[in-house]
Design a protein around this ligand. Structure first.
Ligand code: FAD
Length: 386
């Protein structure tokens, strides 16, 4: 049976909602409920490319990701379960002077905030990834403290740790409506009954606009679902492609070898939408196979075992909307992660919990101000790859 009353109702059982739930409980909040309309992780989180990087092109995302990586490093101990986080690095292949200039600027900014990225030669890149095709590569941007983790384990680690702190998680429970009176939240209506509550956190990512509408959020927060796909190959010899390797020159292809299972996982920039359809396409299978073998020619001989699709919940500047909605008392949003919400989840949970409990946070959440769209103050577009 479901609780009929809670202090906080979080809508969305992806890694963002679960990280927020865990962090709120850690700060001493009680009576927290997470509602998930399917099973945990079934939205975008289980469909992601596993990548975790600090190589962004703006101060806020670099600082947020620097903290997030510190948290990822400690998650095994903190949550009591190995989430297979490995610092195997991110390697961006650079093919011309213009790209080189951009990456040099980004590296300079990253270094200023303590991220040890640097520009390396094609020969050094090949030492890091032995089967790499360096034809036409003039340099690479490399950061050895970036990495990857297992999204399945990360979801269960957060969920179990949250439960141990008293959080109640209801799967197959869909928020259908939100009752608001005089700017105050009264209840969340679900397919399994009503929960009286005074606080709602919208962590529904691709579905966030639907939740905003239920609550009557009076401002425009443009988030649209785009179909992106992923691929996984049969296992290859361990240690061949340890970092996430990325090439914008090849359609935004990204790929990495899983730390434990040995398959190569990745995707490229092909997108469809806005749409809620997530049927995988043959166009993707062909396109990704071609691009993988351009970067790593030996992959021509490796079989694909699976393709799948999920959502990038996109905003116009490819940065999420995170914060309080002033017109509705105790309504918060953390959604629209535009293809990089997995990596941000630990720090977003920490920062939003601090904002809610302490009324402030030392993380640069202002950057993700949900009101910026209304004001026409878009941020520089965040780098969207993996
Ligand atoms: P979700 O996991 O989608 O969770 C939202 C949940 O809300 C869903 O489970 C949904 O069922 C639930 N929900 C919706 N409506 C309701 C309702 N009315 N009631 C109850 N529950 C509801 N990110 C990275 O950081 N690194 C990567 O390498 C990366 N690669 C990606 C590759 C692909 C192919 C895709 C598709 C995404 C990738 N991403 C990556 C993005 C990442 O998957 C997302 O940003 C992240 O999972 C967002 O987490 P979330 O919890 O906000 O969303």
């Amino acid at each position: 049976t479901m609780k009929s009353e809670a202090k906080t109702v979080i809508i969305g059982g992806g890694i963002i909602g679960l990280s927020i739930a865990y962090n709120l409980a850690k700060l001493g909040e009680s009576e927290i409920v997470v509602l998930e309309k399917g099973y945990l992780g079934n939205g975008s989180t289980f469909r992601c490319g596993t990548g975790i990087r600090q190589q962004f092109g703006d101060e806020a995302n670099i600082r947020m990701m620097k903290r997030s990586v510190e948290l990822w490093k400690g998650l095994k101990e903190e949550l009591g379960m190995d989430v297979e986080f490995t610092q195997s690095g991110y390697l961006f292949l650079i093919y011309d002077e213009e790209e080189l200039e951009t990456f040099k600027n980004n590296v300079r900014l990253q270094n200023r905030f303590g991220v040890p990225s640097r520009i390396i030669t094609p020969e050094e890149a090949k030492e890091i990834v032995p089967p790499l095709n360096t034809d036409g590569v003039i340099a690479a941007a490399w950061n050895h403290t970036d990495g990857k983790a297992n999204p399945f384990k990360a979801v269960f680690a957060y969920a179990n740790a949250a439960k141990r702190l008293g959080v109640e998680i209801y799967e197959y429970t869909e928020a259908k409506d939100i009752k608001v009176e005089d700017g105050k939240i009264k209840a969340v209506v679900t397919n399994r009954g009503e929960i009286r509550t005074g606080r709602v956190i919208n962590a529904a990512n691709a579905w966030a606009p639907i939740i905003n509408k239920m609550a009557g959020v009076p401002i425009n927060i443009p988030i649209e679902p785009y179909k992106h796909q992923g691929v996984k190959t049969e296992p290859i010899k361990p240690g061949q492609i340890e970092p996430m390797v990325i090439s914008f020159k090849h359609g935004g292809v990204y790929l990495t070898q899983e730390a434990n299972q040995g398959g190569v996982i990745g995707g490229y920039g092909l997108k469809y939408g806005p749409t809620y359809d997530i049927t995988p396409t043959y166009e993707f299978l062909r396109g990704v196979s071609y691009r993988f073998s351009q970067i790593i020619p030996a992959l021509k001989y490796v079989n694909v075992i699976r393709i799948w699709a999920g959502y990038y919940a996109e905003t116009p500047d490819h940065n999420a909307a995170i914060g309080r909605i002033n017109e509705i008392d105790e309504f918060y949003i953390a959604a629209g992660f535009s293809g990089h919400g997995f990596m941000l989840a630990p720090v977003v949970g920490e920062a939003l919990a601090e904002l809610i409990v302490d009324g402030k946070t030392n993380k640069p959440l202002d950057f993700y101000d949900p009101y910026r769209f209304e004001r026409g103050e878009l941020r520089g577009r965040a780098l969207q790859m993996g």
